[in-house]
Design a protein around this ligand. Sequence first.
Ligand code: CA
Length: 649
Amino acid sequence: MKHWNYNEEFEEKYKYMGDDLGAVYTPEKTAFRVWAPTADTVTLKLYEDGERRKPLDHVQMKKSERGTWVAELSGDRNGLYYNYEVTVDSVTREAVDPYARAVGVNGECGMVIDLAATDPEGFAGEERPQMILLTDAVIYESHVRDLTVDEGAGNPYPGKFLGVGVTGTKNRDGASTGLDYMKELGVTHLQLLPVYDYATVNEADTENAMYNWGYDPKNYNVPEGSYSTDPFHGEVRVREFKQMVQAIHKEGLLVIMDVVYNHTYDAEDFCFQKIVPDYFFRKTEDGRFSDGSACGNETASDHVMVRKYIIDSVCYWAKEYHIDGFRFDLMGVLDKETMRELRKAVDQINPDIALYGEGWTGGPCAIDAGERCMKADTWQLDGIGAFNDDIRDSIKGSVFYAAEPGFVNGGSGFEEAIRFSVTGAVGHPAVHFDNEAGVWAEKPEQSINYVSCHDNYTLWDKLKESCPDASVEVRKAMNNLAAAIVYTAQGVPFMQAGEELLRSKPTDTTADGIAENSYNLPDETNRIRWNTRSEHADVFAYYQGLIAFRKAHAGLRMRTAEEIAERIIFKDTDWKNVVAYEITGSKEQKERLFVVYNANEQAVRVELPGDGTWELYIDKNHAGNVPLGSVSENVQVEGISAAVFVQKI
Ligand code: CA
């Protein structure tokens, strides 16, 4: 095959900025446009079914402006399946439309769709919950199956989009599960692991459901079929996804989508690759696919039409499916210009839509380091946040070394890292934390604070791995101290679903009986065990109380670096492994807060700032908006615990 040089000249000549790529449906006609500047011919192949068993006609497409090819079919073509057959340098391949809005089973064939007809009643003008600044959010991360498949979930649609939107579900003991449960806990956003069409689950085998996280994108603009009740009819997954979003919104929660634009499942088999060979992916100097994702390839987001593709895709999900935020997998693989342009485009839809991602890559990328969206550069990316691995690793120890402890589980020397973490990565004149990225956020809303997510051990499993000899009670104390730090820190609290039920990922395939990476392990490992709710009622109540307390005190949710620098006063104590700070009052907030984290096994006595009486609201076993007692002058803080006090002024 001829080697195409995708240089600036090529980009300038073929850049197509129209909004009509894909199959544009109206009841009178459907217009197709595909960008294929290197093609010799393009044919529109039509099918009656999504499995391509019943071919219909095919239509030669005509060359149009800027490397695009067009065809038009008259009449109402809703439900018609189609692909493009593209010949480049005498090699002919059949590809799904990269802009397909619906596909057949397993995403092998695009489908013309009347999107308006898939709207559930009231969806078009739905009243969405109020969008809030991320510092006021509590983000809860889950996989569709994890949330719904357990017997204890009591869910009528296990493993389905519809199951995520169901209310009234209860476990064995009559306690709420799923959406009702999230409301009860107090979370504001549900972040779903990939829900676009991914490759490795066989949608056609509806009897034997497979499990995968879904970080293996196949069709970016279509919901995953295995989460629908009928993956064979393209419109069903579209409608059911919308029903899910509508149901979540109706309960007052917002929806964040995990998007994986940094790589695709199989580079050679990806539709864009078949249509415009080697344009979608970055290559190494010796002509191989560069692998900055550690998944076999890396997206050339810096190519003009790839950038447009990513931006169009995100905007499409935001508009068509009413998605409230996006979490970018390996955002470090994407280039800054793309993310900045994306922020601008999303602002046109709704400036409150949240954008944040992983500020790292999976390996070396074929793009200059300065162009990548790395965590250290977050301050240069206005309106885009990054996961805070400083807080994650300083609280509980490295995710790469299971036995290595952090602040709460027996480590030492983490005081400065914890101080840095509670500033929301915007820094503070009194904090001198020696990390690679330095002070990396400009605003606290850019710091996604977490101690557990789908990756790596769950918090509970990490505590077991790092403290094998500690009792369950001690590990519970560590767990609660970890949570108290996340929920009192400035920035954006984020948690893996089930952290508040001491979620574990048991498996019989590892020596220690728990899974570190459960991306393709069965439900048995991954599901949230809803019947453990009563067993862990105390931990649940603690999280619920932390969340309620955070929501009641704006001092924990400051919005600027200046305010954080001014209002947080770190206190020296006589103790190692203790961090204590005051949050002063303000014009609007007529109260002072005092926060102590004691990671020592023994209790410590700490002086309270200034005069007067303080009310205790959070201690080792309680959290919430009910005062637990009054103290003045100094106070004893129990071993491995947080204590938070309020004084009205
Ligand atoms: Ca799929």
